[in-house]
Design a binder for this molecule. Structure first.
Ligand SMILES: Nc1ncnc2c1ncn2[C@@H]1O[C@H](COP(=O)(O)OP(=O)(O)OP(=O)(O)O)[C@@H](O)[C@H]1O
Ligand SMILES: [Mg+2]
Length: 432
């Protein structure tokens, strides 16, 4: 519905331009007279903006403020009237608020919004401030007034312009990456007891609304679900996180902890805040891989650097606790995590190394499809003989496939697999 979205935003901004013009004229010519702003444009059916206005709900004044915050990104020249100079003092009008950078367009702030709604009348301005309070529709719509500047996050602006927000790019500013998998729920091989506990997380995701809202348990239980996945490498922790998202249709974002703890004070918080804010708003599942890096730094005292790292970790843990959605932390080590933190998880699930029966299913899962095999390949035999994780089995298969093709064979044989197993065990520091 991108067309309707663009039309709705264009109409809204054209309206904003007319109100700015009228407001400034009124201010310059007849400040004592009542000011009656033009009514906002009629709804554009099927547009994200109209949906947002209805959902807010946003009244005409709130709409004006939203349009004002949107303008710098979409049509900055529209705010040029605010550059008007006050000839008495040879500078811009203080009444308009905002900042006037050397280059680029006028940056509206809270004062600009109040001027637009209420002119210079103190009582009316105080009343208008209510629009900007926390938990008001405008703030829920994403409007930020941090530091007094009136801004709308770019992904929010994009959502209004195109009907949906873009997927963020991985960068230092956004230290999270979308996690997906080509595998399906049926491919997951785990003991029944573990599957049952994972099913419980799925159950939470499916019934959360009913439990917290319909049954009114939100007040006592609080929002969010925090799960700890622990266990040896290659046992399916990352895969399970990806599958939970695939099953529920919620994007899963993996946070790269190595990019998170930044050497610039305050940067970490800012970068993470973007991830957590979007996760809360857009219903993402957050996945912290190798979370032991987090707990390792939780020492007391130490150097200034250590203390700084501790502070960042404390912030991160706090955001994890406050997150209204599902947060999964994965680690190979259970011992490192202090008990106080462990108790805050709603579920802690051990991913064990697969037993022989599960390994046979894993072998079959990887090789049972269209892969050409020699007659001497015996899944049951391989499963019994080699204690390998699912991740290791993948490595073995990759190695064996290359070996077979390199020796000119068209099929993978038992010997290719045997050699590859030996390689893998050696790599893992074990002897065949
Ligand atoms: N239990 C499992 N069921 C099915 N496939 C598995 C399982 N465990 C591992 N695999 C296979 O191995 C791959 C790697 O597993 P995954 O990355 O989920 O392991 P992990 O537990 O996250 O390991 P690490 O601790 O090293 O991060 C998976 O993508 C999948 O192909
Ligand atoms: Mg993993």
């Amino acid at each position: 519905m991108a067309d309707a979205d663009a039309r709705a935003v264009a109409a809204e901004l054209a309206w904003l331009a007319r109100v700015i013009e009228a407001r400034i004229t009124h201010f310059l010519k007849e400040p004592g007279a009542p000011f009656r702003p033009e009514a906002p444009p009629a709804p554009t059916p099927g547009s994200a903006l109209t949906a947002l206005v209805a959902e807010g709900p946003l009244d005409p004044q709130a709409r004006l403020v939203l349009a004002l915050a949107l303008a710098p990104q979409v049509q900055p020249a529209l705010l040029d009237p605010f550059f008007l100079r006050n000839s008495a003092i040879d500078r811009g009008f203080t009444e308009f608020g905002g900042t006037r950078p050397e280059t680029g367009g006028f940056q509206p702030n809270v004062d600009t919004a109040l001027f637009l709604i209420a002119g210079t009348d103190p009582a009316a301005r105080i009343a208008a401030m209510a629009h900007l309070g926390p938990d008001r529709p405008l703030r829920r719509a994403g409007l930020s007034i941090a530091g007094g500047a009136l801004t709308l996050p770019p992904y929010r602006a994009m959502a209004l312009l195109q009907g949906r927000a873009p997927e963020p790019d991985f960068s230092a500013d956004f230290p999270a990456k979308r996690l997906t998998t080509a595998l399906d729920w049926e491919d997951l091989v785990l003991p029944d007891a573990v599957m049952h506990r994972i099913g419980h997380i799925l159950g939470w995701l499916e019934h959360e609304g009913r439990i917290l809202r319909d049954w009114g348990l939100g007040r006592s239980l609080g929002q969010g679900f925090r799960a700890l996945f622990h266990g040896p490498p290659g046992t399916g922790k990352t895969l399970t996180a990806a599958l939970l998202g695939k099953r529920t249709g919620q994007p899963v974002y993996r946070i790269d902890l190595s990019m998170v703890v930044s050497k610039y004070i305050g940067e970490t918080e800012k970068n993470l805040a973007g991830v957590f804010d979007q996760a809360a708003e857009r219903g993402w599942i957050l996945f912290f891989d190798e979370a032991d890096a987090l707990f390792g730094t939780r020492s007391s005292g130490g150097t200034a650097n250590d203390r700084h790292a501790n502070q960042e970790v404390a912030y991160l843990l706090q955001r994890i606790e406050d997150c209204p959605g599902l947060v999964i932390l994965a680690t190979n080590l259970r011992g490192n995590i202090d008990e106080a933190f462990f108790r805050r998880f709603h579920a802690a699930i051990l991913f064990p190394r697969p037993d022989a029966r599960q390994r046979e299913r894993l072998w079959r899962g990887v090789l049972g499809g269209a892969v050409p095999l020699e007659g001497d390949v015996d899944f049951g035999e391989m499963a019994r003989a080699h204690d390998l994780s699912g991740g290791s089995i993948n490595n073995v298969v990759r190695h064996a496939a290359v070996t077979a093709l390199r020796r000119g064979a068209a099929r993978i044989g038992a010997r290719d697999l045997g050699d590859a197993v030996a390689q893998e065990l050696q790599k893992e520091g074990r002897t065949p």
